[in-house]
Design a protein around this ligand. Structure first.
Ligand code: KG4
Ligand code: ZN
Length: 333
């Protein structure tokens, strides 16, 4: 069963080929043009996807060493994401579906992240808690079985990735901010500056990150330029630690309440090494089975769209050519 997966929801143009749960190729081009704007410019993202998608798809087929006639279906992200960017992938998928006479499967981008831990692994078992930490989402889902998901926590303001991106901008670093802050934080003292771990009234499980970013902003105003330069590493380490501790605190609360011993962490922020190691520390007694995707499958990629598409394929959950791009698609649709 061969699938071609397409991901164009934001600023990564990616096409992958899979055979059942194995990834044969995964070609991803990150659109670096957005760096100079400090964030993703939607119109530019759509234009770049248009320019890249055919070459990326051809390269994915070449690297997988299979002919397009062997494909059984096309899995494509149809939301959530930037509308224009989604449309490029979706229309490309529809064209392929018509010319190859194979079905199309619409995939929710976040469900793609959720299934990214299944790539090349048969360790993940239902039920599990899934912590999705990306640039637009910070959520914990109780995944009972395929398509049986309960939302346990969500952010009431910014996402964790957004806190990294906005923090990086305050510190004069490039976009995306997560890897930049992680790099700068190496060797820094994470106890040097105190950032508040937000407490939300009547909502113990939910996340909030906007206060952290505001406190970084005021810290940067308080310190003069010379002091900022001297303490940049410590600031980055302390800020990163506060984001990570906020995430882990909610995981602790939830795992105490729910009898689930398998935890899957996915999304761009899951590639943060300090976060991965602090989650391992939290699990020092080995009570939980914690799964992370391989680093290359944490940030946006089409391999994860193949994995979610495969789950849909075996559940005969196909779409058709009327499939629409939905920027606000929710996980339970
Ligand atoms: O999952 P993703 O690639 O795209 C979305 O679906 O949003 O996540 C992107 C987010 C960005 O906010 C980026 O700053 C963050 O993930 N990120 C990281 C790291 N790598 C990417 N955050 C912290 N540490 C990292 N190493
Ligand atoms: Zn993503």
């Amino acid at each position: 069963m061969y699938l071609l997966g397409i991901e164009t929801s934001c600023d990564e143009t990616s096409v992958a080929i899979s055979h059942k749960r194995n990834i044969l190729s995964n070609v991803t081009i990150s659109q670096i043009i957005h760096k100079k704007y400090g964030g993703v410019v939607p119109e530019i993202a759509s234009r770049e996807h248009l320019q890249l998608i055919t070459d990326v798809a051809e390269e994915a087929l070449l690297q997988a060493s299979i002919d397009s006639n062997k494909l059984n279906a096309i899995a494509v992200t149809n939301g959530p994401g930037l509308k224009g960017a989604l449309l490029v992938g979706l229309n490309f998928a529809k064209g392929l579906s018509i010319s190859l006479e194979i079905p199309i499967i619409g995939v929710n981008h976040m469900e793609g992240h959720l299934f990214s831990s299944f790539i090349g692994s048969d360790k993940v078992r239902y039920p599990f808690l899934c912590l999705l930490v990306s640039g637009g989402h910070t959520q914990i889902w109780l995944v009972n079985s395929y398509k049986n998901y309960d939302l346990m926590s969500t952010t009431i303001d910014d996402a964790a990735g957004e806190a990294f991106d906005k923090g990086a901008r305050i510190l004069g670093l490039n976009y995306p901010g997560g890897p930049e802050i992680e790099k700068l934080a190496i060797g820094g003292d994470f106890k040097a500056f105190k950032f508040p771990i937000p407490k939300i009234k009547n909502s113990k499980y939910n996340f909030s990150f906007s206060g952290l970013k505001t406190s970084l902003y005021y810290l940067s105003k308080r310190l003069d330029e010379k002091n900022i330069k001297a303490s940049r590493k410590d600031i980055a380490a302390s800020y990163q630690e506060a984001i990570i501790d906020t995430l882990i605190q909610k995981v602790k609360y939830l795992t105490k309440q729910i009898n689930v011993y398998s935890l899957v962490v996915a999304g761009g922020v899951a590639s943060n090494k300090r976060f991965r190691s602090k989650l391992d520390d939290f699990n020092n007694q080995g009570l939980y089975q914690i799964s992370f995707p391989e680093l290359k499958y944490c940030t946006d990629n089409a391999a994860m769209i193949c994995m979610a598409g495969y789950e849909k394929f075996i559940n005969k959950n196909f779409s058709d050519l009327s499939l629409l791009a939905n920027p606000n698609l929710s996980m339970n649709e």
